[in-house]
Design a binder for this molecule. Structure first.
Ligand code: CA
Ligand code: CA
Length: 627
């Protein structure tokens, strides 16, 4: 992200900027973007492209459906001579807690910062803590200059009282600033310190004038009241003189002032303690215990008035997210690693690491591996050796039920791997984990698994990747991955245990395929029926592709039909002349079947394809995924 130095009149330190943007990449992965956490917790601001030095920030709004982000970020130094660069990070699925620090986003001179809600609900929370406001007579939420604002109706005596304002200065330096759109030219926008002893205030005295000053004392006045649009109004007192700013420019002052020194612990937005109730909208109101400079106010105004020109966003780069495919290495001497976990209870040790998808930790208990907490997706992969990507992973399942098994091609920085698990005596599955979602690749039901059986997953080749699940050395389920083609990585293990069941595995082994002389299964694609292939694209879409019909001549069209989960019949969903079709609006984790009706150039039905079934992706693997 780049701050335009031409909008900064002089270099500012510890300057809090507004970042406000809507970007497709800031949608969550489930919505087609690149943000991993549903709350946007993986969105962060850093000084360097390596993400080493973290800034302080406050997120005012994040919407993972639209990719809309409104955040305030404290920048240590914003230069007036060269553009200031900083970095927006997102997409790390290992970040699942809030990384922001709202209180320290604002320098210590800020005594109150009010964003005033989201336009639907009015809140008067002080982002610096301590001076939260109370709504009197129900002022309402309205659209503001930045996100939401407060709307006051004079005749309803609406105001916001500010508690505990003992730290709002009176006779020493201060700054008051806010975006204001009055409905009528009159009344009080802000007052603290009381009407009896020179309380600082911002008022519209009623003659096309903005006034900032001391109640009963000196004031500074400038013209130009607009009842149709928000304007930025700021007043400062430096200990001896008052100044008035509108839209980032000094419009009046300095005017000498000598206020009384006593203070009255009262403050209110939109009234003068029961009189002169405001009429109109107030947004982003702040009070500081210093006289902000002309340049500071000008830069704040430029930023808040047009955040998209003050800060521009560059292109997305992905330093470690997308590995470059490499040719399958020439097989070297076969090698493998093994672990029987016969050692003290506790962690798996230094040969094992957790991939990003692991929600909890696999541990050793009684010389076996089990999750340290039930009801969580738990994984570990072997880092004690490096293997070919033509690799296998196998383990003994200590008990049968949802679920225990093995993974292959798992990596430290990429949330993707292949999985094979036993879910029940007659239920075993090949899955794909990808970027926060689980994809069912293949299901098996003919084998009967018992405790002590060995489950093994082999991943061989690239484009396609041939996946084979073995039970006790015999291939029993396969899948041909022509879409995802996960590259490299390491073999490992995985368990999701229902509460209290302590699912476990033992006697793991993994390494290069060929080590034990097990024959590869014949290439076979369970989801391919006839010439129709169905592939899940995320939680709500399925891509279908088929080979062109060769019977007859002339232009053909293809009618795509779908059978919904639980439905006995196919319904028409679309027509195309292409040999592919993407069906949208599907439910996560749903089992859908498709067929394609081929018509000739005259529209006569020629034949149906076979039926291909596919299960859309899901954020979790439940023990009872729809079949
Ligand atoms: Ca606001
Ligand atoms: Ca053991």
């Amino acid at each position: 992200m780049t701050i335009d130095h031409t909008k900064v009149p002089s270099t500012q330190s510890n300057f809090t900027v507004l970042v406000s943007l809507t970007d497709p990449a800031l949608k969550t992965i489930a919505n087609g973007g690149h943000v991993a956490n549903a709350n946007g917790f993986d969105i962060g601001f850093y000084a360097d492209s390596g993400g080493t030095t973290k800034f302080k920030w406050e997120v005012e709004k994040y919407n993972g459906t639209t990719g809309n982000l409104i955040a305030w970020v404290k920048i240590p130094s914003v230069s007036s001579t060269t553009d200031t660069l900083f970095y927006l990070f997102y997409g790390d699925p290992s970040i699942t807690t809030n990384q922001s620090d709202p209180l320290n986003t604002w320098d210590s001179n800020f005594k109150a910062v009010y964003h005033l809600g989201n336009g639907t609900t009015l809140t008067a929370t002080d982002s610096t803590g301590g001076n939260n406001g109370t709504l009197f007579n129900s002022p309402t939420a309205t659209a503001g200059k930045i996100n939401g604002a407060a709307h006051f109706v004079h005749s309803s005596s609406q105001a916001i009282g500010l508690a505990n304002p003992g730290d709002f200065p009176i006779a020493t330096a201060w700054t008051m600033e806010t975006w204001v759109k009055p409905s009528t030219d009159g009344n009080v926008a802000l007052l603290w310190g009381g009407t009896s002893n020179n309380g600082p205030h911002m008022v519209l005295p009623g003659n096309n004038t903005w006034r900032v000053g001391f109640w009963g004392g000196a004031d500074v006045n400038g013209t130009g009241v607009d009842t149709s649009a928000f304007h930025h109004i700021a007043g400062t007192f430096d200990g001896s003189s008052l100044r008035l700013y509108k839209d980032g420019s000094l419009i009046a002052g300095p005017v000498a002032a000598s206020p009384a020194t006593s203070s009255n612990p009262g403050a209110v937005i939109g009234s003068a303690f029961g009189a002169f109730y405001f009429n109109g909208d107030v947004d982003e109101l702040r009070i500081s215990s210093t006289n902000r400079s002309t340049d500071w106010i000008a830069a704040q105004y430029s930023n808040q008035n047009s955040p998209g020109t003050f800060i521009t966003i560059g292109s997305e780069s992905c330093p470690s997210g997308t590995p470059t495919p490499t040719a399958t290495p020439t097989p070297t001497a076969p090698q493998f690693a093994a672990d029987n976990f016969n050692r003290a209870d506790g962690g798996l040790g230094s040969n094992w690491a957790k991939p990003p998808a692991s929600e909890q930790t696999l541990v050793i208990v009684n010389n076996e591996v089990t999750p340290d907490s039930d009801g969580a997706h738990c994984y570990a992969y072997w880092i004690g050796n490096t293997f070919s990507q033509d690799q296998y992973s196998q383990a003994r399942i200590s008990d049968v039920g949802p679920w225990n098994g093995v993974i292959t091609r798992a990596q430290s920085t990429v949330d993707r791997f292949y999985m094979a698990f036993v879910f029940g005596p007659n239920d075993y599955r090949i899955f794909l984990r990808k970027d926060g979602l689980y994809y069912t690749l293949s299901l098996g039901s003919t084998e009967t698994w018992v405790a002590g059986d060995i489950i093994r997953l082999e991943a061989v080749g690239l484009n396609p990747v041939q996946l084979t699940l073995f039970r006790n050395g015999n291939p029993v389920l396969t899948y041909t991955d022509t879409t995802e083609n996960l590259v490299g990585g390491s073999p490992g293990i995985g368990i999701w245990s229902p509460s209290g069941e302590n699912r476990a595995i033992d006697d793991w082994e993994g390494g290069n395929v060929g080590m034990q002389g097990i024959h590869l299964a014949q290439t076979q694609a369970p989801s391919v029926q006839g010439n129709l292939v169905a592939t899940a694209l995320g939680v709500s879409q399925v891509k279908l592709s088929w080979t062109a019909s060769t019977d007859g001549v002339g232009v053909k069209k293809y009618e795509v039909q779908r059978r919904d989960p639980g439905s006995p019949s196919f319904v028409h969903v679309g027509t195309t002349r292409e040999t592919s079709y993407t069906d949208s609006g599907l439910a996560a984790g749903g089992n859908y079947s498709y067929r394609v009706l081929v018509r000739d150039a005259k529209g006569r039905a020629k034949r149906y394809s076979g039926v291909a079934s596919v299960i859309t992706a899901s954020p979790t693997i439940g023990p009872r995924t729809p079949r």
